[in-house]
Design a protein around this ligand. Structure first.
Ligand code: XIL
Length: 318
């Protein structure tokens, strides 16, 4: 796929989220990944719960191993993520915020986390999700009241963004969210948040549009909608990345393939869309959570048990 991007839009990267386990242990997976993609997002290894399981203790080994592998292949790395409600270690979630003194002490701890992590990876990340999934789940448009919010208030994204910038001014900063890839209130809220953050001294380069299509009947992303989205992003003075695209094939592999090809083609045709990443490599290591909360093995990526899926073929033919 990366060769397609090299041909159609030189400099554009097509990436995948990866985990170290299969990368190290499964030669087919490594082969699919290395042969096909030009960029990498560590799927979990750079989340705070994995980088700092205990306060003041940092476990960079897994992320470093993924980065070393990417670097040895000349791949670009997208970091994921700093402020993310769902992926915090317990100690971080439970920092005290009851009094002004508490908040000041917790602010110091959180800023120290950012500085330590971003300094560790400095120069190795092309881009980074500084805030991930800021809004209330299920299409909400208000900020989740997580520890970042409780400590710094509603302007926390600007504080996070400034701290990241101080540690690595070259990394391109994104706010990443789901359900914002089609026009609507959630998208408006995301663009407003990014703009407000910059107005408050932040350094947000763009928005990540996760583009998970778990149900093609309700979440399909049409070419028209995505085109309008990218124009909205451009009007807001921002850039976009398709950051976590995956499409379940419950309605059939043809529809799935068409959806994948449409999203990639639309992104490739707009200078506002700066990269495209699919959330995983092969269905055998994929996951998603069903409506009833149960974890399903997916049928939604570009490889299945080592074989390219129809979606992969459709994208390759663009
Ligand atoms: C997911 C990973 O893919 C899983 O392995 C993990 O168990 C849970 O998190 N949006 C995001 C990602 O921004 O961080 C999530 O990743 C998928 C949804």
């Amino acid at each position: 796929l990366q060769s397609l991007a090299d041909r159609v839009r030189p400099g554009f990267k097509i990436g995948a989220a990866v985990a170290l386990g299969p990368l190290a242990s499964d030669a087919d997976y490594a082969q699919e990944f290395v042969g096909d993609f030009g960029a990498i997002t560590p799927e979990n290894a750079m989340k705070p719960q994995f980088l700092s399981p205990r306060q003041g203790v940092y476990t960079f080994e897994e992320a470093d191993a993924i980065l070393a592998m990417a670097e040895s292949k000349g791949m670009t790395v997208h970091g994921h993520t700093i402020a993310f409600t769902e992926a915090m270690p317990r100690w971080m979630k439970e920092l005290p915020t009851g009094s002004e003194e508490d908040r000041q002490a917790s602010a110091e701890v959180l800023l120290d986390y950012i500085t330590t992590v971003v300094t560790h990876f400095k120069g190795r990340l092309a881009s980074l999700d500084v805030v991930n999934e800021p809004f209330d789940v299920d299409q909400g448009t208000s900020l989740q009241k997580n520890i970042w919010y409780q400590t710094f208030g509603p302007g926390y994204p600007a504080i996070v963004s400034q701290a990241v910038h101080d540690a690595d001014p070259d990394v391109r900063q994104f706010i990443n969210e789901n359900g914002a890839d089609v026009p609507g209130e959630r998208q408006d809220a995301l663009l407003d948040l990014a703009r407000d953050t910059n107005a408050q001294g932040g350094h947000i380069y763009g928005v990540g549009l996760q583009s998970h299509v778990y149900d093609i009947e309700t979440d399909a992303i049409s070419t028209d909608d995505l085109t309008e989205t990218l124009s909205n992003v451009q009007d807001a003075g921002l850039h976009a990345r398709i950051s976590e695209n995956d499409v379940t094939d419950d309605e059939g592999t043809d529809i799935q393939a068409q959806q994948y090809a449409d999203v990639l083609a639309t992104c490739l045709s707009s200078p506002t869309c700066v990269s495209y990443t699919t959330w995983g490599v092969d269905d055998r290591y994929d996951w998603w959570v069903d409506d009833d909360g149960s974890v399903q093995q997916g049928h939604d990526l570009l490889f299945d048990e080592g074989h390219p899926t129809p979606a992969h073929q459709a994208m390759k033919q663009l």
